[in-house]
Design a protein around this ligand. Structure first.
Ligand code: PRX
Length: 605
């Protein structure tokens, strides 16, 4: 095995065909068959050559365009496969929470999405209208998203764990006209319906029409009567495709708008980074309520004509490994928290299963610890390929790609077609080894096109001409590998979920016992960070453990299961600036025992 001590980590070669994992002192339990698989040729074979010679214009040949440069991402993801030999290929292996397996071919996805698209049109939905999907990972989630894109409406994926507050903020801000949901999730919607004047219809997948109320429609009846023929809307590459809300430091989540032309970046990155090929069975564990699940759980892999797996069930090491063996999953895209939880479940949990089919593993969303990469090498016989990107960038940008050695702890190198750099506050590029702001040139097709109804926020990303500011701090080593250091702002990353402190603080102060709240991310071994809240109780309210549990529960229900504070500390007052803003930086410094820095703006007692 190629082991080179370099920078922070150990370099691990992907093409480790001649090596033996015995070197790693793994107790004699080896996976040589997997090591051999890892040596198959990658889609992108020579990074330097590809980087030097790449142009996005040339990459257009991979995408199917209509006349006059018009395009539709859903046509590329689904309909084009009806005429290229993949018509009867399984596009989706959908595994329910009861482990029931449903298979849909590209033709079935195409016809089903045509019916849904026609149904939406019959309701008056047209190009540019926002249609949200609030479903667990079931077939209708995938077919509906494709249908929305086919008719040129803007798809709004919503994570099924969202509570009423999170739903209301997104649906109201976007002016959504239709939401597709199911009976179990509809309750959360019913409580906020009165606050959504622009919402015209609620379509419910699993309730019959005669049991539904005003402006509610039964999915099955509505869709069954539609034609399965539909011509995809021919879109300008800059026309919106999907709208995903994401958190920043201030205010409520912002709607990041991506466009149909993004399909080119979805396609190329899926091919290079996930290394997908026609015979792969690919599983992206992310929910389409997050950008990874939309881009790499739907559009990217399907544009490449690859069979995808969706799994409705919750995380559990044994169930995950069983799923891999049952469907013979070959490529697996997951997140550091899941990998840390798998590591905690132990080596024996791995060895109880074969996992022989797996040939490539990728990870995204939060820092991937070097020890997890080394553990992966030991138990799966494969390096885990970390990669970095954001909701705003709409595609992977800095990646460990299969043809390059993995440096455990590093996010990898910028992809061909992407220029990334580390700069100071003025936008001057810093030399290797220097910590600074991670920026990219906004010259790749998938960079965000708008922040929904918020030009000011959009401009903030581009405050220094020529650069897109990611909000992350990082450094680059002499070989051009990038290393993540942390967020430059207060945004919390808990188990790969990006959570804005303001959103949590708002939910907390809605509780009658809470007068004020300040929220920070606190380092956590398993989840990267957990949410910690400091609260001031309302006048006359007595502190108790029961009350703290009640407040946690309230936030979980109102906002989302992943966004509630796992720790709450009661304070007499919170540190504020003279203008009344809570100083989260100070709360964090106190919590972590760090120097408090400049506190000259702290309000006087
Ligand atoms: O802070 C970085 C972290 O997640 C942020 C983006 O979050 P989101 O828009 O939800 O997209 C997540 C999935 C694309 C980044 O600003 N992040 C993402 N990938 C990594 C990461 N931090 C460290 N290492 C990564 N590989």
């Amino acid at each position: 095995m190629k082991l080179v001590e370099k920078n922070k980590g150990t370099e691990v070669s992907h093409s480790a065909a001649n090596s033996s994992p015995q070197d790693e002192n793994n107790g004699g339990k080896t996976r040589p068959e997997l090591i051999k698989k890892a040596s198959t040729r990658a889609n992108l074979e020579n990074y330097e050559e590809a980087y030097a010679g790449f142009s996005w214009q040339d990459a257009r040949k991979e995408i199917s365009y209509f006349a006059d440069g018009k395009v539709n991402a859903a046509h590329n993801a689904v309909d084009r496969h009806l005429n290229n030999g993949r018509r009867n290929k399984v596009a989706l292996y959908a595994v329910g929470s009861d482990n029931k397996l449903e298979k849909l071919t590209f033709q079935e996805i195409s016809e089903q999405s045509n019916r849904i698209g026609n149904a939406l049109k019959s309701l008056g939905i047209k190009k540019g209208d926002r249609v949200f999907v609030f479903l667990p990972r079931v077939c209708e989630l995938y077919t509906s998203t494709i249908a929305i894109a086919k008719i040129g409406a803007v798809a709004g994926p919503l994570f099924s764990a969202f509570g009423p507050d999170a739903l209301r903020d997104r649906l109201r801000d976007s002016g959504a006209k239709v939401i597709i949901t199911n009976a179990a999730l509809k309750d959360k919607l019913d409580s906020i319906r009165g606050q959504l004047p622009e919402l015209e219809y609620v379509i419910v997948t699993d309730v019959e029409q005669n049991k539904l109320g005003h402006q509610e429609l039964g999915f099955k009846e509505l869709v069954a009567k539609q034609s399965d023929k539909l011509n995809c809307e021919q879109m300008d590459p800059d026309d919106p495709l999907y709208l995903l809300y994401t958190s920043g430091t201030t205010g409520k989540p912002k709607g990041i708008v991506h466009v149909h032309g993004d399909i080119i970046g979805h396609h190329m990155t899926t091919k290079w980074v996930l290394d997908l090929r026609d015979d792969d069975v690919y599983w992206c564990t992310a929910d389409p309520g997050w950008v990874t699940g939309t881009v790499y759980g739907i559009f990217g892999p399907w544009s490449n004509g690859v069979s995808c797996v969706s799994y409705e069930g919750r995380f559990d090491a044994d169930s995950w490994y069983k799923l891999i063996d049952k469907l013979k999953i070959t490529v697996w895209y997951t997140a550091p928290t899941a990998l840390r939880m798998l590591m905690k479940a132990g080596d024996d949990a791995v060895y109880r299963h074969s996992l022989e089919s797996v040939r490539h593993i990728c990870s995204v969303g939060e820092p991937l610890n070097p020890e997890v990469v080394r553990w992966g090498m030991k138990v799966y016989g494969l390096p885990i390929h970390d990669n970095w990107w954001q909701t705003e960038t709409g595609m992977q940008l800095i990646c460990n790609i299969p043809c390059l050695p993995v440096k455990p702890g590093s996010m990898g190198k910028p992809l061909p077609g992407v220029y990334a750099a580390i700069v100071d506050d003025e936008g001057n590029e810093l030399e290797a080894g220097k910590l600074g702001k991670l920026v990219v040139k906004p010259t790749f097709p998938n960079i965000l096109r708008q922040v929904w109804r918020n030009q000011e926020k959009y401009n903030e990303y581009f405050k220094i001409p020529g650069w897109y500011f990611s909000g992350d701090n990082a450094w680059k080593d002499e070989d051009g590998y990038f290393w993540f250091v942390g967020r430059a702002d207060d945004v919390i990353n808990t188990a790969g979920h990006r959570v804005g402190p303001f959103e949590v603080e708002s939910a907390l102060v809605e509780h009658p016992s809470v007068a004020e709240a300040g929220v920070i991310g606190k380092p956590d071994h398993e989840r990267g960070e957990i949410i910690k809240a400091f609260i001031v109780l309302s006048n006359g309210v007595e502190a108790s453990d029961k009350l703290i549990e009640e407040i946690k529960d309230y936030t979980k229900k109102q906002l989302a299961a992943h966004a509630y504070p796992r720790e709450i500390e009661i304070k007499d007052s919170l540190p504020k600036t003279r203008s009344g803003k809570i100083m989260r930086r100070l709360l964090k410094a106190w919590e972590l025992g760090l120097p408090t820095g400049d506190i000259s703006s702290l309000e006087d007692d």
